[in-house]
Design a protein around this ligand. Structure first.
Ligand code: PEP
Ligand code: MN
Length: 275
């Protein structure tokens, strides 16, 4: 793919992004938590539940890029302080979104991984800023973007000197309305051909339906994804954001219980093929 200097598979076989000992690109990494941080009680309770179910990292939004300016926009710094408490208690590294280039430096003090959402994938000044933030970046695919455009956005971050980029497929817009977006599962093996960067799947925003998250999580493992980013809420009915697609802790646990043995089985198959 032309123009790719640092993101190209020609540069390296694979990149492992190490986040406080969690190795994305080597292990299958599950990142879970609520869409937005709403309160200390909600965040801590959800953090404890996802930790108990075996999640590797916690995610929660303090800055929410909402379609309507009248929707809940997140708690801002108060939300980041709550995430800090959740990390202290559970030991789970924190993934949180940053939406404004002016906030990157101080948000990076709270975040182990900075998330760039689908709406900001091509916000080039934001990409340059997170490229200099000294933190791994989880770059979601733009909802109308091609793989080439997505990789060029990763290139913006890499070219600022930040080697730690995790790509996240979160579904693209198609004519289908039953699902919130259309999960492009083929993006996983396709990106594996094009780049050395790890690729994870967001089965939550791509489907928008609780009933589809389990099957698509299992399919992500089979497709060779490096992990998942899933929304879990201790009480989805009360969620201030994305209520209809949040898993309960129990539903999340059930998916985790099916996911790990499938991953172990696939790894075993691959090993015996190599021998
Ligand atoms: C999110 O992760 O909560 C989110 C807003 O996702 P996306 O940017 O993929 O819509
Ligand atoms: Mn969400």
């Amino acid at each position: 793919m032309k123009n790719l200097k640092l993101a190209s598979r020609e540069i390296a076989q694979r990149t492992v992004v190490n986040v406080a000992g969690v190795e994305i690109g080597r292990d299958f990494v599950v990142i879970a938590g609520p869409c937005s941080v709403e309160s200390e009680e909600q965040t801590l309770e959800t953090a404890r539940a996802v930790k108990a179910a075996g999640a590797d990292m916690m995610r929660g939004g303090a800055f929410k890029p909402r379609t309507s300016p009248y929707s809940f926009q997140g708690l801002g710094i108060a939300g980041l302080k709550i995430l800090e408490k959740a990390k202290k208690e559970t030991g789970l590294p924190i993934v949180t979104e940053v939406i404004d280039p002016r906030d990157v430096t101080w948000v990076a003090e709270f975040a182990d991984v900075l998330q760039i959402g689908t709406r900001n994938m091509q916000n080039y000044s934001l990409l340059k800023e997170v490229g200099r933030a000294g933190r791994p970046v989880l770059l979601k695919r733009g909802m109308y973007s091609t793989l080439e455009e997505w990789l060029n956005c990763a290139e913006y971050i890499l070219s600022e000197g930040n080697p730690d980029v995790i790509l996240c497929e979160r579904g693209i817009r198609t004519f289908e309305k039953y699902t919130r977006n259309t999960l492009d599962l083929s993006a996983v093996p396709a990106m594996k051909e094009l780049t050395h960067l790890p690729v994870i799947i967001d089965p939550t925003h791509s489907t928008g339906r609780v009933s589809l998250i389990g099957p698509m999580s299992l399919a992500s493992v089979a497709a060779g994804a490096d992990g998942l980013l899933v929304e879990v809420h201790h009480n989805p009915e009360q969620a201030l954001c994305d209520a209809e697609q949040a898993l309960t802790p129990e539903q999340f646990k059930q998916i985790m219980n099916r996911l790990r043995p499938l991953k172990a089985f696939i790894d075993q198959q691959e090993k015996s093929e190599v021998i």
